[in-house]
Design a protein around this ligand. Structure first.
Ligand SMILES: NC(=O)c1ccc[n+]([C@@H]2O[C@H](COP(=O)([O-])OP(=O)(O)OC[C@H]3O[C@@H](n4cnc5c(N)ncnc54)[C@H](OP(=O)(O)O)[C@@H]3O)[C@@H](O)[C@H]2O)c1
Length: 343
């Protein structure tokens, strides 16, 4: 039996009167509206399921509790320190890499005492980009069963600053640490993961890279670079059994953000990392962005809202961001002036 849509169309056209063009146009726009409505509904349901019902991949898949090692960069403070502690708690031995040796020693001791796993440390200033440090890192991980890499190390501008006034050393450090170091460390680890046909690579992205951010333009660009690189790498390594994910975050309390008080929109590193490690493989707020996750619930809802209203590339967002960072810069300069006067 063939069902014809003619009777409906005829009735519809008759109801609209003589203008067929108006009738077809209105049908066309109604269809687009319906598709958008359904798609928004499905995305909303998916977001809620991923945030509050579904669980991420079990870390046992990567050898947690079975002698496997996780390598964390920027491990001695903030989000990296929490990754180190929480991965150790889940049974990974940990390689801790960051700048300050004394902080690494203390953290390694704390991890050993609390969780009884093995630890290795490597003081490494990524800003210096010394080949001897990369050689030392390669030698350190050579005998280890590394299955997890957390590319966490990162630097931002000390305060928001117009691009023309960015200090040359700061510009070089941001790109060297956020981009060059991330790529070079990953390149040391990837062959080991390919050989084992399993592994997990998480790289810390940022809303500063998701949304073009004036006055933090070098940081913003460096994090946007990581978005494309990580998503491309994810597609390359998926057939080899390796999971690669860019992790997006809005503000988290830390030395970098200079924020100490938590709020609904600003978790502490412990809360942020717990949500990240429990949602591996779930995009949460980063729907539509392949191999990307915005794990923390309020960050996810914030991103979903922006993407489904004004859009992340809109001039509304970058103008709003510009005004916000001009204000933050003014406040930071006033504070520096007060400190200079010893007030
Ligand atoms: N906090 C936020 O609001 C936020 C938001 C979005 C994304 N992120 C991203 O999350 C990551 C971690 O940020 P965080 O806030 O946790 O930072 P943080 O508290 O400032 O900690 C940074 C860590 O990186 C290490 N580090 C800094 N410069 C280094 C260098 N040149 N060489 C080696 N190690 C270095 C630090 O070592 P020392 O202890 O020795 O200084 C410390 O362990 C970054 O990639 C950041 O872009 C943060």
């Amino acid at each position: 039996m063939v069902i014809s849509s003619r009777p409906f169309l005829d009735t519809y056209l008759a109801a609209l009167g003589s203008s067929k063009l108006v009738a077809y146009l209105s049908l066309f726009f109604a269809a687009i509206g319906f598709v958008n409505y359904v798609s928004f509904g499905l995305k909303s349901i998916n977001l809620l399921l991923q945030l509050f019902v579904l669980s991420g991949k079990n870390l046992k898949k990567y050898g947690a509790g079975n002698g496997a090692w996780a390598l964390i960069t920027g491990a001695s403070d903030g989000i990296g320190k929490e990754f180190s502690l929480q991965l150790a708690k889940k049974g990974f031995n940990v390689v801790l890499v960051s700048r300050t040796e004394s902080k690494l020693v203390d953290l390694a001791l704390e991890i050993k005492e609390k969780y009884g796993v093995e630890t290795k440390i490597l003081p490494f200033n990524f800003a210096e980009s010394k080949s001897s440090d990369y050689t030392a890192l390669a030698a350190l991980i050579e005998p280890l069963d590394i299955t997890v890499l957390i590319n966490n190390v990162g630097q931002s501008h000390s305060i928001p600053v117009p691009f023309a006034e960015v200090d040359d050393a700061e510009l070089t450090n941001i790109v060297t640490i956020n981009n060059l170091a991330t790529l070079k460390v990953t390149k040391l680890v990837v062959p080991k993961l390919i050989a084992k046909k399993k592994g997990l690579i998480l790289t810390m992205g940022s809303f500063g890279g998701l949304l073009p951010t004036p006055y933090l333009s070098v940081y913003s660009g460096s994090k946007a670079f990581l978005q494309h690189w990580s998503t491309a790498l994810a597609a390359e390594l998926k057939p080899k059994g390796i999971d690669v994910e860019l992790v997006l975050s809005y503000l988290v309390t830390s030395a970098m953000s200079k924020i100490r008080k938590t709020s609904a929109l600003i978790p502490n590193p412990k809360m942020f990392v717990a949500s990240t490690l429990s949602s591996i493989g779930l995009q949460r707020g980063a729907q539509g962005l392949a191999a990307t996750s915005t794990p923390y619930w309020s960050h996810a809802i914030f991103q979903f809202f922006i993407e489904n209203t004004v859009g992340i590339w809109s001039s509304i967002v970058s103008n709003q961001n510009l005004q916000m960072h001009i204000t933050i810069r003014k406040r930071a300069l006033k504070k520096a002036e007060r400190e200079k006067k010893g007030l």
